[in-house]
Ligand binder design. Structure first.
Ligand SMILES: Nc1ncnc2c1ncn2[C@@H]1O[C@H](COP(=O)(O)OP(=O)(O)O)[C@@H](O)[C@H]1O
Ligand SMILES: [Mg+2]
Length: 267
């Protein structure tokens, strides 16, 4: 797990608001990611997590800073080079239903990226779609369905299958499990862990849930107001973090044992 895949230095994004004030959504962010590593990016709503990953996807232009993917500065690419880069960095979004065209069947959703990149022949479409669904533990009976005939969890599996179609080296998940039931969320995370082991992908997993991310990320970046305020390794006991904000996030986790403890103290 030593190969450096992503090197981000001083990444900053300022938005100019309608009242001409400047909002710094991301402020001098620096971190690296290695091949096969899962980085958790955690922080409350509005802390700049989506802006950060949108810059990595080249959906937002940084005000300042560098993004190197495999030693290549991806902020200087021309359109053709961006097209060539895209398959390597793919993203799964929070709302699975909103990110699937409701008029398309699952078979077309998951194979679309391959046709766009001319990596699939029409005659091989069904077989490839089946393979992709198998990766996310969905049987071929789902191939002919539309998004509105799927549960939230099944829909997110389809989105993951689509993101995996081009065999990306980096998978970015922006609150990809936040809209799902807790049990479904766990299944999707188990799925991602297995996929990562198989494909040796690098995963950037964005979430507001620190306890969840800690269960599987190798490293966690804690963001507050656009700044990385804490960096934690998996081995590190989160409770030992000296950063008050990390403690606040931890304390905001609803835990039955904590409630019981408090009730005992009060009585
Ligand atoms: N296009 C935009 N124009 C102006 N402000 C924005 C824009 N996108 C995001 N922001 C602001 O940047 C901050 C960070 O937002 P975001 O990256 O979405 O946070 P998070 O994903 O952590 O909830 C927020 O204050 C948000 O309102
Ligand atoms: Mg967000």
């Amino acid at each position: 797990m030593s190969e450096l895949i992503l090197d981000i230095q001083g990444l900053t994004k300022e938005f100019i608001l309608p009242n001409k004030e400047t909002l710094t959504a991301c402020d001098q962010l620096s971190f690296t990611a290695k091949k096969g590593q899962t980085i958790g990016i955690v922080g409350e709503s509005g802390s700049g997590k989506s802006t950060l990953v949108n810059m990595l996807m080249l959906m937002e232009t940084p005000t300042q800073g560098k993004i190197h993917y495999r030693e290549k500065n991806i902020l200087n690419l021309n359109r053709r080079e961006i097209w060539q880069l895209r398959p390597n960095i793919q993203m799964v979004f929070q709302s699975p239903t909103a990110s699937i065209n409701p008029k398309m069947k699952v078979i077309d959703v998951v194979t679309e990226p391959l046709f766009n990149y001319k990596r699939l022949k029409a005659k091989d479409k069904r077989k490839k779609a089946q393979e992709l669904l198998a990766l996310v533990d969905l049987s071929e009976e789902y191939l002919e369905r539309y998004a509105h005939h799927l549960s939230g969890g099944q829909c997110q599996r389809v989105c993951i299958a689509r993101a995996l179609a081009l065999n990306p080296e980096i998978l970015i998940c922006d609150e990809a499990t936040s809209a799902l039931d807790v049990s479904v969320q766990k299944n999707i995370i188990d799925l991602l862990i297995n996929l990562q082991k198989k494909n040796n992908m690098t995963i950037l997993f964005v979430s507001h849930d620190l306890a969840l991310v800690q269960s599987f990320a190798h490293e966690i970046l804690v963001m507050q107001n656009g700044v990385i305020v804490d960096r934690l390794s998996q081995e590190q006991n989160l409770n030992a973090s000296e950063v008050t904000y990390t403690q606040c996030l931890l304390n905001s986790v609803y835990s039955l044992s904590k409630v019981k403890q408090r009730l005992l103290l009060e009585n």
